[in-house]
Design a protein around this ligand. Structure first.
Ligand SMILES: [Zn+2]
Length: 66
C-alpha cells in the first residue's frame, strides 16, 4: 500500500481544513407579499405567505405573550 513519504506540515493540514469550512452568507429571497427578505422555499416568517397565498397565521409579539 502506498504511504506518504513525508509528514505534512501543520500549516498544510490547517490550510486544508480551513478551505472546507468557509462561511457563506445564505441566499435570501424577497417575499412577494411583504417584500421582506426570507429563506427561499420557506414560508415567510413575517407575513406567513408562501407562493402568494397565506399559509400561516403569524402571531404578533403581544399575542405570543398571552
Ligand atoms: Zn412576507
Amino acid at each position: 500500500m502506498a504511504l506518504p513519504k513525508r509528514k505534512h506540515s501543520k500549516a498544510r493540514r490547517d490550510k486544508r481544513r480551513s478551505a472546507n469550512s468557509k462561511m457563506y452568507a445564505s441566499n435570501l429571497a424577497v417575499c412577494s407579499n411583504c417584500k421582506k427578505p426570507r429563506m427561499p422555499h420557506k414560508v415567510c416568517p413575517f407575513c406567513g405567505f408562501y407562493k402568494g397565498k397565506p399559509v400561516l397565521v403569524i402571531k404578533t409579539v403581544e399575542e405570543k405573550k398571552k
